[in-house]
Design a protein around this ligand. Structure first.
Ligand code: ADP
Ligand code: MG
Length: 226
């Protein structure tokens, strides 16, 4: 079947948050398949569950119920350490707020995800990070600190950091949300190019203009696919 080949498969995935006052169903009975080479855009209004869904895809949040298969792994069977290990190998994540580490240089930020690679030498890690910086056109800034860069430049570094592990999928949560339109367009163009090179991308946006960049669109409303 088609499903057997999916890189990512969600079956009836739900996530609720319990506070003392109320229970919020953030994601409600979602089915989703993502194939290698896909560019999926998840869109919908603020609060509809986009970030929660992406966090589950990125193994940052655990579903309350349902099944998640990632590259042959049944996620609900894994313990917290196995999930973290799988995340470090398979998932690249970029965030609205860039989330670079302020007291590390650009090069150190991009090298960081390779730190725990067994058998990879210091030199090899540096070479791979520099190759990624080349791809996002940030080589000249390798020795700079994040605060010395514009938002658009920081996000390009974050893309390099997300891709340096050669993940199965790059997840992007509102990657243009903190950028002006010129820098936002440049990041969208970068994602287009990366997808054209074969990278699988799943992006969250509340901006319908950007959602159209995806080759598949998933619209969420109150946690449900509509
Ligand atoms: P979006 O990214 O589409 O704006 P979110 O996934 O952030 O939506 O949130 C979906 C719903 O889940 C919202 O009602 C939000 O308040 C709630 N929510 C998200 N994270 C938490 C949390 N950690 N604890 C409690 N409620 C949460
Ligand atoms: Mg969000």
């Amino acid at each position: 079947t088609m499903n057997a080949q999916a890189l990512i498969r969600l079956e009836n995935i739900s996530k609720s948050f319990d506070t003392n006052v109320t229970e919020t169903v953030a994601v409600d009975s979602v089915d989703l398949a993502i194939f290698e080479g896909d560019y999926v855009a998840i869109s919908g209004p603020s609060g509809c569950g986009k970030s929660t869904l992406l966090s589950m895809l990125g193994l940052l949040e655990v579903p309350t119920s349902g099944k998640y298969y990632l590259n042959g792994h049944e996620i609900q069977e894994l313990d917290v350490y196995q999930r973290a290990e799988l995340r470090n190998r398979e998932i690249g994540f970029i965030f609205q707020a860039f989330n670079l580490i302020g007291d590390l240089t650009v090069l150190e930020n991009v090298t960081l995800p390779l730190t725990y690679r067994p058998g990879m030498s210091r030199n090899e890690r540096k070479e791979r990070a520099m190759a990624m910086l080349e791809k996002v056109d940030m080589v000249e800034r390798a020795g700079h600190f994040p605060a010395q860069l514009s938002g658009g430049q920081q996000q390009r570094v974050a893309v390099a950091r997300g891709l340096v592990i050669e993940p199965s999928v790059l997840l992007a949560d509102e990657p243009t949300g903190n950028l002006d339109s010129k820098n936002g367009d440049a990041i969208m163009k970068l994602l287009d190019d990366l997808n054209a090179e074969g990278n699988t991308i799943c992006m969250v946006t509340h901006d319908s203009r950007f959602a159209e960049r995806g080759h598949k669109t998933v619209s969420l409303e109150d946690g449900r696919v509509v």
